[in-house]
Design a protein around this ligand. Structure first.
Ligand code: URA
Length: 433
């Protein structure tokens, strides 16, 4: 089969065969087809989207383009979690230890951040010594020993996605639902878990700005997972304001550690809800309420924090970062901004504006090969619904230079709107399916 005929079939919106889609995945993984042909196919697939059957075939083929982690022999249930990505989304750093403390085995492959949606790999990379290149054998051994293992995208797992995602990113073909679905689920299939919980972010700080688009993606993920034999639960969660207090890699690790030590917040509520959904979906807890209780106990008792310490040490952290948070990178310029108006309420914090401000500080990538500054970012001291008066602390900027801080302060000030009437609290989970 020649690749030109595969491109032509997609261009002409003809149904593709399983073999054709296997060729796309194989060629992306082994480099036997040049990038210009792969991108021609991607653009054709963007314009003529794959149907559900084709999406499932492509997903399985991408999962089989490398190794699949075989977790046979280690304690069940095996679970995985994935987020479509958002501003301040450090959920995995809290959720994984909570789930492991509750008795689940969690194996996860995480990505680097791109644009305004940060990546768990970058965040954990701010912990000195933390290894993010575990092999499938190392993943399995560590998961068997302590119940958690996480790696960055390695050449062995779903290598077709690595190539296709980079090409999509450079050719304006990321935002196609079947391509997003096959990208996400191929990695989940390769990771070996039986149960997967997906957090689909909805709002200006993620890929899906509206509830309609988020629901469309969630339904497509659910349909493809079913066709590929994956037990999946999906939460659609709010991404219109930054998630939690911190946005920026080391700052988010610090916030995650505080949450693991029991600090309550809207972000902690999201972690408990996702844990409850996972515990219920895996069958370890009989229902969501029992899952909530188990997750809340894991946070309150210190069991989740203890599990996180074991996890960080197992992946090579050179010091206990809970005992020595000062080992995390710290920005040289720290500037706090206060409210200077009259009493009112915060009505909106535009997540996308805050995300872009942190990228401009150097905390995110403008291009896939950009080097990021792990120390910079922003801490928001208010959220939507907060009451403010003259002198209330609004946010703190952590920057590399005074001029970078000036720019971030001006942008983040503009991301916050105020109202003379109280604004309703938005629960972090909008829907589950
Ligand atoms: N996250 C992924 O892993 N892949 C996509 O295509 C989009 C978000």
């Amino acid at each position: 089969m020649d690749f030109q005929s595969v491109i032509a079939a997609r261009r002409d919106n003809q149904k593709q065969t399983r073999e054709q889609l296997e060729l796309v995945a194989k060629s992306a993984a082994d480099g036997t087809v040049p990038d210009y042909q792969l991108t021609a196919w991607l653009m054709a697939a963007y314009l003529n989207p794959l149907d559900p059957e084709e999406t499932a075939w492509l997903t399985s083929a991408m999962a089989d383009s490398g190794e699949r982690v075989d977790l046979t022999g280690i304690a069940k249930p095996w679970v995985d979690k994935h987020s479509t990505g958002g501003v301040g989304d450090k959920t995995s750093i809290v959720l994984l230890p909570v789930l492991a403390a509750c008795g689940l085995t969690v194996v996860k492959m995480s990505g680097r951040g791109l644009g305004i949606t940060g990546g768990t790999v970058d965040k954990l990379g701010s912990i000195p010594g933390f290894r993010l290149d575990l092999t499938p054998d190392e993943l399995k051994a560590q998961a068997g020993r302590i119940g958690i293992a996480l790696t960055g995208q390695t050449p062995n797992l779903a290598p077709a996605d690595k190539t296709l995602y980079a090409l999509r990113d450079a050719t304006a073909t990321v935002s196609s639902i079947p391509l997003i679905v096959s990208s996400i689920l191929s990695k989940k299939l390769a990771g070996g878990a039986e149960t997967v919980v997906l957090d689909v972010k909805c709002g200006s700080g993620g890929f899906m700005p509206t509830l309609g688009q988020a629901t469309e993606l969630a339904s497509a993920l659910s349909e493809t997972a079913k066709r590929c034999g994956l037990n999946i639960r999906i939460a659609i969660s709010d991404m219109n304001q930054p998630l939690g207090r911190a946005v920026g890699n080391a700052l988010e690790v610090k916030e995650a550690m505080e949450t693991l030590q029991g600090a309550p917040s809207r972000f902690a509520t999201l972690c408990v809800e996702l844990a409850a959904l996972t515990l219920e979906a895996s069958g370890l807890q009989p229902n969501r309420e029992a899952g909530r209780l188990a997750a809340t106990n894991a946070l309150g008792s210190g069991a989740a924090a203890q599990k996180a310490k074991e996890w960080f040490a197992a992946q090579g952290a050179t010091q206990d970062v809970f005992a020595h948070p000062e080992v995390l990178p710290l920005a040289p310029v720290i500037r706090e901004v206060e409210f200077d108006g009259t009493d009112c309420w915060v009505s909106e914090i535009k997540a996308n504006v805050v995300g872009h401000a942190v990228v401009a500080l150097g905390g995110g990538r403008q291009r896939k090969d950009s080097v990021i500054d792990l120390s910079v970012g922003v801490e928001m001291h208010v959220e939507v619904g907060s009451r403010v008066g003259a002198g209330t602390r609004l946010f703190t900027v952590h920057a590399a230079t005074e001029s970078a801080a000036d720019l971030a302060i001006s942008n983040i000030r503009n991301s916050i709107s105020f109202d003379s009437k109280p604004t309703e609290f938005v629960f972090p989970i909008l829907h589950t399916l």
